[in-house]
Design a protein around this ligand. Structure first.
Ligand SMILES: [Fe+2]
Length: 263
C-alpha cells in the first residue's frame, strides 16, 4: 500500500453492516462511506491516524439500518454530506453524478476515488472505485449492489431488476478481475454463506450464483425467488434516513433493530 492512502473496513459484527474510511496520511483528511450510527466505533481509529472527517457518503438510502450521516454531521459540522443526485432526502447534500471524483475532498495527490452509478438495489445507488497509484489493485466499494457470493435484493421499494442487470453485468463486471470488492454487508450474519469480508471482481464473476446466469431472463428469475424475509420496519428506516422522520419521532422498534440480531 502506498504511504499516503489510509483504507479501513469497519464491521458491525452482529448485523454484518460494513462501512469504510478512505483517508490521506499526508493531508489528515478522510471520507467515511456508509457510516453507522455508533460514532464511537470510529473514534480510536481517527485518533490513532490523526484524521479529520471531511466528507460523509452513503452509497444509497439504506433500508435495513440507520445511516450515520447525520450523527457524524453533528460531530463534524464542516463535513460535506454526499450522495447520488437522485437521493430524495429532506436535508441538503452534495449531489453526485456518475463519473464524479471524490479525491479532491481529501486533497489526495496520489489516488483517485471515482463514482460509478449502479442503480438496481436502489435508484440512488452508487459504487466507489478507489484507484491507488502503481501496480496495486483497485478497490471497489460496492455498497449493496455486489456482495460476496450474492447481489443486493431489489424488493425493498426502490429497486429495479433491469437496472441491476446493467449495473452488474455492464458496469461492475467490466472492471479488472483483480479489483478488490468491499461490500456494505459482509459475513454470514447477513444471510451470506461466507465469513469473508472482501472478494474480487474475478472471483465473483466466476462463482457468484447471481452472476452465473446464462441470460437476462434467468437473472430476472434469480432476483425474484428465494430471498429472506424483508428487514423489519424497513419503510420507517428509509424515512428516518431520508430525514422525513426525525430520530426522536421514530418508533422505538426502529431504534431497536440497530441492536438486535437479524432474524
Ligand atoms: Fe441497502
Amino acid at each position: 500500500m502506498n504511504d499516503e492512502l489510509v483504507f479501513h473496513q469497519f464491521v458491525r459484527v452482529h448485523t454484518g453492516c460494513a462501512s469504510y474510511l478512505i483517508g490521506s496520511e499526508n493531508t489528515g483528511k478522510c471520507i467515511l462511506v456508509d457510516p453507522l450510527i455508533d460514532t464511537e466505533r470510529y473514534e480510536p481509529f481517527l485518533k490513532e491516524h490523526s484524521l479529520k472527517v471531511v466528507a460523509l457518503v452513503d452509497t444509497h438510502t439504506h433500508a435495513d439500518h440507520l445511516s450515520g450521516l447525520r450523527y457524524f454531521s453533528s460531530l463534524f459540522p464542516q463535513a460535506v454530506i454526499a450522495m447520488h443526485e437522485t437521493a430524495p432526502t429532506t436535508f441538503q447534500y452534495e449531489k453526485l453524478k456518475d463519473g464524479a471524483r471524490l479525491d479532491d475532498l481529501i486533497s489526495s495527490s496520489s489516488f483517485s476515488i471515482k463514482v460509478i452509478y449502479t442503480p438496481g438495489h436502489a435508484t440512488d445507488h452508487i459504487s466507489l472505485l478507489l484507484e491507488p497509484p502503481g501496480p496495486r489493485n483497485r478497490l471497489l466499494l460496492s455498497g449493496d449492489c455486489l456482495f460476496i457470493g450474492d447481489v443486493g435484493r431489489t424488493d425493498l421499494g426502490r429497486g429495479d431488476n433491469d437496472l441491476m442487470y446493467i449495473s452488474l453485468f455492464q458496469k461492475l463486471l467490466s472492471l479488472e478481475p483483480s479489483t478488490e470488492v468491499y461490500p456494505a454487508h459482509v459475513g454470514a450474519k447477513h444471510f451470506l454463506a461466507t465469513e469473508k469480508v472482501r472478494t474480487q471482481i474475478g472471483i465473483e464473476r466466476d462463482t457468484n450464483p447471481a452472476l452465473q446466469v446464462k441470460s437476462k431472463k434467468e437473472f430476472l428469475k434469480y432476483m425474484t425467488e428465494g430471498w429472506p424475509p424483508k428487514p423489519p420496519y424497513y419503510e420507517q428506516v428509509v424515512n428516518v434516513n431520508l430525514g422525513r422522520i426525525s430520530l426522536t419521532e421514530a418508533q422505538e422498534e426502529v431504534l431497536r433493530i440497530e441492536k438486535e440480531k437479524p432474524p
